[in-house]
Design a protein around this ligand. Sequence first.
Ligand code: VLZ
Length: 135
Amino acid sequence: MPIDFSGTWVMETNDNFEDYMKILNIDLVTRKIAIHLSQTKVIIQDADKLTIKTLSTFRNYEISLTIGEEFDEYTKGLDNRMLKTLVNWQGDTLVCTQKGEKANRGWKHWIEGDKLHLELYCEDVVCHQVFRRKQ
Ligand code: VLZ
């Protein structure tokens, strides 16, 4: 029985997000805005179905997927690329691979205590974000 990521999670730290945006070729003006945003994750997990909403005052981003099934992801409002995306369990960690123009792209979500962790990676860049559960 895998753990449940469902809930609303508020950003506490966002390490190296600037380099992650740079490696995705996000323009300077957008980066200047996005670096200061508090992001909120709203996750709805229902058996093997997953919806992850990333909310901010500037831009929102949402994906819905079935764990273990590859889907087409269009990163609209982020770097606007087409990806072949696959999310799987690796123990209690959700591991995502995003195949496309950029090498070694993906992310991992895991929970430690009352904190939700997210590692976003692309090429040799890793961004680490931590969220706390909203009561
Ligand atoms: O999250 O891939 O939780 O999609 C940043 C929104 C969203 C703020 C970053 C505006 C998406 C940025 C991170 C403008 C450039 C991501 C996945 C894992 C789910």
